[in-house]
Design a binder for this molecule. Structure first.
Ligand SMILES: [Zn+2]
Ligand SMILES: [Zn+2]
Length: 243
């Protein structure tokens, strides 16, 4: 499966990542990618940028060194109602909104409440992708989760870093999520979750799960820039209709 985009990366702005935007973009270019999403952690994670950072991302070009750049965030889920740590007035200006659970922002709870938090987050029309939901710190009902992702047309991430550097013990959960995504027809987003430029575009382990889950290329956003743009356009047009 040919991958042309990385939809989850961090720069020094996140406070615990080690490359600049230029370096991350060059990392994407070196891997032959056509698009990279800059998705710093939301303001409640220690060391992450304040909300104003996200409001000012408009000054960045939408293409750098021939690589298309999406301005995004990895927002933190802060309660089991699915509220995020970045106000809607910022979310609505961004190209891509990822959302996920992090210990520092919401203590892990039981399976029922973790699932509730994730599904309520999917109901937020500004959230485009739910990230690293296979984290064993937050047990969840993956069948319910993937069903909800299909119902609300939110992409489920397969996070390569969960299978290498981070969130030890994620593999079996992520494999189950990938199989459910394949069976139930969910849209999948691949993220390197790179915190270092050389890791941008690293998808070896995630692609293995895509294959095991029999997820077709048409449902993997990262296989085409058009597919990403169409997915985001469709979600934004639904937002306009709600108003
Ligand atoms: Zn991080
Ligand atoms: Zn994360």
């Amino acid at each position: 499966m040919k991958i042309v985009a990385d939809l989850h990366t961090h720069t020094i702005a996140s406070g615990h990542a080690y490359s600049t935007i230029s370096e991350v973009v060059m990392g994407a270019k070196n891997k032959g990618l056509e698009l990279v999403a800059l998705t710093e952690h939301g303001p409640q994670l220690p060391g992450a940028p304040h909300a104003y950072y996200f409001g000012n991302m408009r000054v960045l070009p939408s293409e750098i060194a021939g690589v298309k750049v999406l301005k995004g965030v990895e927002a933190n889920i802060i309660d089991d109602e699915g509220n995020l740590d970045l106000p809607v007035r910022y979310l609505k200006k961004l190209d891509l909104v990822l959302a996920g659970l992090h210990d520092e922002c919401l203590e892990p709870d039981n399976c029922e409440l973790n699932t509730k938090a994730l599904i309520n987050t999917m109901k937020n029309p500004y959230v485009d992708v739910i990230v690293h939901s296979g984290n064993p710190r937050y047990p969840a009902d993956y069948e319910k989760l993937v069903q909800a992702a299909v119902e609300y047309n939110v992409a489920i991430e397969i996070n390569n870093s969960s299978l290498t550097f981070s969130r030890k013990g994620s593999l079996d959960n992520c494999r189950e999520i990938a199989k459910l995504a394949g069976r139930l027809g969910a849209v999948v987003s691949l993220g390197s979750d790179a915190h270092w430029a050389d890791h941008v575009g690293e998808f070896t382990q995630a692609l293995q799960l895509v294959e095991e889950g029999k997820i077709p290329a048409e449902r993997v956003l990262n296989t085409s820039v058009d597919r990403i743009q169409e997915y985001l356009r469709e979600r934004k047009s639904k937002l306009k209709k709600r108003k």
